[in-house]
Design a protein around this ligand. Structure first.
Ligand code: NDP
Ligand code: KPL
Length: 306
């Protein structure tokens, strides 16, 4: 199976490098500066236990793409999605599966609108990685899991083939029965954790130790659960328990990639991860005052960056 990874950043670089090391046939779609670095130097992966692994990789630019990839993994930030979709379109043939691992949900509409529902899978990515200033990937947490599944009943390629392409590559790879539900499940905890930590500019433990912090975090999660439930995707008990544990934690310095970006003066995915939840809540008649506040905060930050 020929695999194209679109976006050799913290997520795409990390999982793409693992696939390369497992002997899969992988190209990375990169913009010219990144492509030059990747082809010349490879990808440096700095592991949690302090090792650096250099993985030789093959990068291509958009003008070199041909429509003969079996699987296109999309791992750009939401604000880069439209440009990435235009760039990757030349790689998509009649039997190509497009599999995104962005947080949130709205990117599914963009991708199915462009490539059709039978070609697009849904995906959930659980990992904690960051891009460093030299383009290396830094692992900052132990989890590494990809979950995926078709969005339509008649996908151009069945889930078994996609699973074969991704399994056994040094991370947990799981084919989901109902990928939309799994995406919502991740979204509610990720959006809550992201909104709380970004609004308070502190990791979750510090927020929850402050007066009123735990009530604030619980209120945020309750809003996300209410929107998911009204949208027809109520979280199951196991997910609720997990989300509660993460969002009510008082000990750990847990945060999200969006908090990392906010505190490192990078662009943030405020509209995609937080604003979209507010918009869906509004459309469904579910009030989300805490999420609205977080969205306004992220929007002010984004406007100030220009
Ligand atoms: N990091 C994490 O721990 C996690 C992130 N996520 C989600 O995964 C998604 C990706 O995040 P992350 O990997 O952190 O983001 P990064 O910013 O680290 O990586 C995105 C990469 O996409 C590249 N890119 C953007 N546009 C294009 C294009 N048109 N063609 C080729 N490459 C392009 C950028 O390259 P360039 O250098 O050219 O800008 C960059 O290398 C987000 O939705 C995020 O929320 C989910 C779970 C965990
Ligand atoms: C919460 C986490 C780390 C889970 O993968 C995540 O998705 C993010 O930080 O963006």
């Amino acid at each position: 199976m020929r695999i194209l990874v679109v976006g050799a950043g913290a997520v795409g670089g990390y999982f793409g490098a693992k696939l390369v090391r497992a002997g899969r046939d992988v190209d990375f779609l990169a913009r010219p500066a990144r492509a030059e670095l990747l082809n010349g130097h490879g990808l440096d992966i700095h592991t949690l236990d302090g090792r650096t692994e250099n993985v030789p990789v093959r990068a291509v630019t958009a003008d070199r793409l041909t429509p003969d990839y079996d699987l296109v993994i999309v791992s750009v930030k939401s604000y880069g999605l439209d440009g990435a979709v235009d760039d990757l379109a030349a790689a998509v043939g009649p039997d190509t599966v497009v599999l995104p691992f962005l947080n949130g949900m709205r990117h599914l509409d963009v991708l199915t609108g462009r490539f059709g529902p039978d070609r697009v899978y849904g995906g959930v990515c659980m990992v904690m990685t960051r891009l460093d200033e030299r383009g290396g990937i830094v692992e900052v947490g132990r989890i590494s899991e990809l979950v995926y599944g078709p969005l339509s009943d008649s996908p151009v390629v069945g889930p078994d083939r996609v699973h074969t392409a991704l399994e056994g590559a040094g991370f947990t790879a799981r084919s989901a029965e109902d990928i939309r539900q799994e995406m919502w499940d991740k979204w509610i905890f990720l959006a809550s954790l992201g909104a709380v930590t970004c609004l308070m500019r502190a990791p979750i433990g510090r927020v929850n130790r402050a007066p009123g912090g735990a009530e604030f975090s619980a209120g945020m999660l309750a809003e996300a659960v209410a929107v998911a439930t009204a949208a027809g995707h109520p979280p199951g008990e196991r997910i609720l328990e997990f989300a509660n544990d993460v969002v009510s934690d008082t000990e750990r310095d847990t945060s999200t990639s969006m908090y990392w970006d906010l505190t490192h003066d990078n662009p943030v995915e405020g509209d995609h991860i937080v604003g979209d939840l507010v918009a869906r809540g509004r459309a469904l008649g579910v009030p989300t005052p805490l999420f609205s506040l977080a969205h306004t905060h992220l929007s002010v930050y984004s406007a100030a960056r220009g």
